[in-house]
Ligand binder design. Structure first.
Ligand code: NAD
Ligand code: TYD
Length: 367
């Protein structure tokens, strides 16, 4: 049996990771430490809540005592830090909490693990810490001259991508906080020999994603015939990865990645935002037969401040060293995701009631 402490395991990727690990392995125990912010939802984990290999701890990664107690009680072999404030638009509206949680929370977690894992001889035994990072730390790429109709590069051989040695150049408060966290993790490895590794992943999508992010927001709005708010000209490009492919990468890097290293995770699924929105419209209409779901719902709104133009990952290192590759093409993943949102109206209703309405008003009223 190995024990994995997952922070932020009630969020989108964290809960998918908990479910992935418990269904993939019989010899894995999961401890999920989560503060249950607006983004944390234990409904994601109803199917495992009675599993004897699963434990939930309601705590904040900034709380040194709670984290130390959890480490002492469960002695995890692995710590995977998902816990974060994760939405760029919220970071623009309120950057402070991003510094608190993403930077100071990570530093607290590192300090607690370092103290708990210290073997008295300057080593840390076989323990391993993985920091879940993002491609946004690299800043932005130019849009290539020649594009396919979906916004992907027509000539990938001669196109720029983010590599692990691309200079860090974050633009939003969110990406600045994630960059700082990565640098602390690297510093703890380089200074104390702390056994850490970092993954940096492109945009994820799939079940249980909170409908403030592009794909679930558009699916939910389309189903309800609400305007589909496209920022700017809709030609910004993101590199989309189905969440289970990310979970698999984290599992592989946590176990076998070289300590002190960064691994980029992405699937060469670059798409322009407007293409994503149009495929969602088309798929929702096809699945539901609802003719009112049409491109008339598309509404171009004021652009996001400091909006990064293009993200595109080169996942060559993780493929070469660990044999990871993405299994889910975008066209398959988007249909699975839309069906999931249609099949889970209660989940959607719960997360979009109350506070979500206030959020939506605040964020979109002036755009
Ligand atoms: P999310 O917002 O859905 O979930 C974040 C989770 O962290 C929630 O359960 C929340 O309750 C918890 N949390 C927040 N503050 C906390 C605190 N102080 N202490 C304990 N728990 C706290 O985020 P997500 O989309 O699942 O992202 C997870 C991680 O992956 C983040 O670190 C994010 O930066 C990174 N990431 C996300 C994407 C993406 O496309 N969503 C891509 C690359 C990397
Ligand atoms: P998002 O899902 O917020 O992820 P990130 O900004 O971290 O990449 O946004 C993805 C892209 O979609 C981004 O270019 C901004 C754009 N977008 C819209 O056009 N409209 C929206 O309502 C949202 C939330 C995002």
């Amino acid at each position: 049996m190995s024990t994995w402490l997952v922070t932020g395991g009630a969020g989108f990727i964290g809960s998918n990771f908990v479910l992935y690990m418990l269904r993939t392995y019989d010899d894995v125990r999961i401890v999920n430490l989560d503060a249950l912010t607006y983004a944390g939802n234990l409904e994601n984990l109803l199917s495992v809540q009675d599993n004897p290999r699963y434990t939930f701890v309601h705590a904040d990664i900034r709380d040194a005592q709670a984290v130390a107690d959890t480490l002492a009680a469960h002695d995890p072999d692995y710590v995977i830090n998902f816990a974060a404030e994760s939405h760029v638009d919220r970071s623009i509206a309120n950057p402070g909490v991003f510094a608190d949680t993403n930077v100071m929370g990570t530093v607290n977690l590192l300090n607690c693990c370092r103290a708990a894992w210290d073997d008295g001889t300057g080593g840390f035994g076989a323990h391993r810490y993985l920091q879940v990072g993002t491609d946004e730390v690299y800043g932005t790429l130019a849009i290539p001259e020649a594009l396919n109709a979906d916004g992907s590069p027509a000539d990938p051989e001669h196109t720029d991508y983010f590599r692990e040695d691309t200079p860090l150049s974050p633009h939003s408060p969110y990406s600045a906080s994630k960059t700082s966290a990565d640098l602390f993790v690297k510093a703890y490895h380089d200074t104390y020999g702390f056994p850490a590794v970092i993954t940096r992943c492109s945009n994820n999508y799939g079940p249980y994603q909170f409908p403030e992010k592009l794909i679930p927001l558009m699916i939910n709005n389309a189903i309800h015939h609400k305007p589909l708010p496209v920022y700017g000209d809709g030609l910004n490009v993101r590199d989309w990865l189905y969440v289970d492919d990310h979970c698999k990468a984290i599992d592989m890097v946590a176990r076998d990645g070289r300590l002190g290293e960064v691994y980029n995770v992405g699937g060469h699924n670059e798409r322009a935002n407007i293409y994503i929105v149009k495929t969602i419209i088309q798929q929702v209409r096809e699945v539901t037969g609802d003719e009112q779901v049409s491109e008339d719902l598309i509404t171009y709104v004021q652009d996001r401040a400091g909006h990064d133009r293009r993200y595109g990952m080169a996942p060559d290192k993780i493929r070469a060293e660990l044999g990871w590759y993405p299994q889910t093409p975008y066209e398959e993943g988007i249909v699975k995701t839309i069906r999931w949102y249609l099949d889970n109206p209660t989940w959607v209703e719960h997360v979009t009631s109350g506070a979500y309405q206030d959020y939506y008003e605040r964020m979109y009223a002036d755009k």
